[in-house]
Design a protein around this ligand. Sequence first.
Ligand code: F6P
Length: 367
Amino acid sequence: MAKTKIAVLTGGGDAPGLNAVIYALTRSCKRNMDCELIGYKFGYRGLYHNDFMPLTMESTTGILHKGGTILYSSNKDNLFNYALEENGQIVKKDVSDIAVENMKKEGVDVLVVLGGDGTLTSARDFARKGVNVVGIPKTIDNDLVCTEQTFGFDSAVNIVAENLGRLHTTTESHHRVMVVEVMGRSAGWLALQSGIAGSADVILIPEIPYSLDKVVEKIYERDARGKYFTIIVVTEGAIEKGGAAVVGKMVADSPDPVRFGGIAAKIAMDLEKLVVHEIRSCALGHIQRGGDTSAFDRVLSVRYGVAAADLIRAKKFGNMVCFREGRMDYVSLEDVISGVCAGKSKNVDPHGELVRVAKDLGITFGD
Ligand code: F6P
């Protein structure tokens, strides 16, 4: 039987654990089947330009713990609506057929796609074109449907919780209020879990619109208890009651061009008018996605990688590996993208157990 050629790409914003998935996928495939692996660089852009590198035991050694992705990534390149320059003008074109041709030329049998909703939507579209696709979900936001936890999330929670510890000591020294902005887009998972782990006093998440009056109440309630400092954790996409999310910038060509940013600074400015305390704000930014992968995520990622290798061997294409009820499983990419599992994105339940736990600890959500 002919060797199976497997191509891998990582798309969208990076997340700790991508390298661990590549490490495990390479090893599991090599160990269990006659195959060759390549990795396209910079996500779908590499597929379009036929720019790839070999993935071997040697080229993937020592990467299990490392954040980032040895294949590089891009969150701009949707080959079904790709920006090209023609006669000095930028035009959008469907260049997916070129990508399919490139795979045919290289003899690629299977395409493994690691990415978030945008990247996986294209994966679904390539599957519709007859490509043998296996998807693997990734995001530090943990907002992807059909899987209970994405790798990268736990690493980010740990980074935020650790930094909240650092901010605690300086905030307490100065009797200040510190507003800490964390990633997560329109999902509050990262703020909620890191806020609980990092002893935040206030957690503001997109799922629970907040009112600043409630935040002020909390600050003075703490003062009355002799706690003259307050730590507020806010998701970048959080919304004040009757208000709108704060957009930091727009990234042209990105499937989802909105980049949130600036809400912590805005809250700090608004709060300064309402309390006597000195306020500072801090946006943790891309620090949350950097550095080594947490031990939990390393284990979760290698499980995703091996489960993807299993799907390839079983020829179960057009599917995404997922993590359900404590075990690895798979679900069709069609279901993931159409929102059959539980809508288009997975959000915090404002009446769920985790929010209740936080409230019982005395954490305020501003509602
Ligand atoms: O989706 C992951 C994420 O890190 C979000 O939490 C954040 O809003 C966004 O990506 C940042 O994207 P970029 O890397 O383009 O700045």
